[in-house]
Design a protein around this ligand. Structure first.
Ligand SMILES: Cc1ncc(COP(=O)(O)O)c(C=O)c1O
Length: 374
């Protein structure tokens, strides 16, 4: 049994686990002579779309830009609101403003830390303006309440963009997350369940027209080279990242299985401690992008774990509406954002990545129990 420090995330371990295949893919791609939007990107787009169960995949430069492009494709008006949560990566909310719309922040269901559908319904009944779209975030690897959100959105003519940055491979009713919305945005940041070795992102959709529009928007508005049919940007996925993602996609389910096995060690080891442990849903799989427990003593527990050599993280310490760039100027749902603020004070992400060993997970449990005396 080693007592070396335990990292909270370790993207290098994921490279080393497939070093030979990744090195070979990079060598092959370098030899191709196409470095941006070439054959590797095209193949990855097809393979990823097939994996998610959607007709089209579009490789882009990051998860943030996947959201921006998805929003731009919907042709929102400047006064349109896009509903989402405050307890998320700031990118979700930043993307709404980057696309020229206004965020409307809805509180979360404390059990899952995802959008509270009842509060979304109240916001729809009493909107600050036209709510044109909603971005449910499948936070930590578990589905948001799409069973309630999708019919509400349909009823009110609201488009749905799933934020799938943390849920690659997760299922709801046996279908992959990312296949439910009008469009879905993925991040391939290195620590994600499907991670590149640099920035990368993807949009998936079943809609041919939206696919065409995103293809144009991501490259200067071109359909035909050098002719900008619409205003566009540069948000292309490069061949290097696509080649690496093509090596990793076939082992994504196995990697998620390993995350679930680590979560089972945490669940069992912490069951009688009284901490709030991650929620499960009978109709959904949890792919544990993060294993997040909740406790009022979060800060002291985190500091003591650090002393004991166990790395943790907080996803996220400051809700978006409390961040300096947003505070005091963002619309929120009728009942405010109390649960989002409470979550920011209480959540703690334990070490979680597929290469974490059973021994490291068991040591983490032992350290938590020793520190808290539970
Ligand atoms: C929920 C969520 N949305 C969006 C993003 C943005 O992705 P990226 O970092 O690839 O821009 C992330 C990742 O940071 C995320 O976790």
């Amino acid at each position: 049994m080693s007592d070396a420090p335990i990292l909270q995330a370790d993207p290098k371990a994921s490279y080393l686990a497939q070093k030979d295949a990744i090195d070979a893919a990079i060598a092959g791609m370098l030899g191709n002579g196409r470095y941006v939007l070439g054959p590797e990107v095209k193949a990855f787009e097809e393979e990823f779309a097939r994996y998610i169960g959607c007709k089209h995949g579009i490789g882009v430069a990051s998860g943030t830009e996947a959201l921006v492009l998805a929003l731009l494709a919907l042709d929102l008006k400047p006064d349109d609101y896009v509903a989402t949560v405050s307890h998320t990566a700031v990118a979700t909310v930043a993307a709404i403003e980057l696309a020229g719309a206004k965020p409307l922040l809805i509180d979360i269901d404390p059990a899952t830390c995802t959008i509270d559908a009842a509060e979304f319904a109240r916001a729809l009944a009493n909107p600050p303006g036209r709510i044109a779209a909603v971005i449910p975030v499948h936070l930590y690897g578990l589905a948001a309440d799409l069973d309630a959100i999708l019919p509400l959105a349909r009823q009110h003519g609201v488009r749905v963009i799933e934020d799938c940055a943390q849920c690659h491979g997760a299922l709801l009713h046996g279908k992959k997350l990312g296949s439910f919305g009008d469009l879905s945005a993925f991040s391939f940041y290195p620590t994600k369940n499907l991670g590149a070795i640099g920035d990368g992102g993807g949009v998936v959709t079943n809609d041919d027209a939206l696919k065409d529009r995103i293809n144009e928007l991501r490259e200067y508005g071109w359909r035909e080279r050098y002719i900008s049919r619409i205003k566009g940007m540069n948000s292309r996925l490069d061949e290097l990242q696509a080649a690496i993602l093509r090596v990793k996609l076939p082992v994504l389910d196995a990697a998620n299985g390993r995350r679930q096995a680590i979560a089972a060690i945490y669940d069992k080891g912490l069951a009688d401690t009284g901490f709030a442990l991650p929620a499960r849903r009978a109709d959904a799989t949890h792919v544990f992008h993060q294993y997040v427990l909740r406790t009022k003593d979060r800060d002291s527990l985190q500091a003591a774990l650090k002393e004991a050599g166990v790395g943790t993280n907080i996803h996220y310490p400051v809700p978006v509406h409390r961040q300096p760039a947003y505070e005091g100027r963002i619309a929120m749902g009728p009942r405010g954002l109390g649960e989002s603020e409470r979550a920011a004070r209480e959540v703690l992400s334990l070490p979680m990545y597929p290469e974490l060993t059973d021994d490291q997970a068991t040591r983490t449990v032992a350290a938590v129990r020793k520190i808290t005396g539970r």
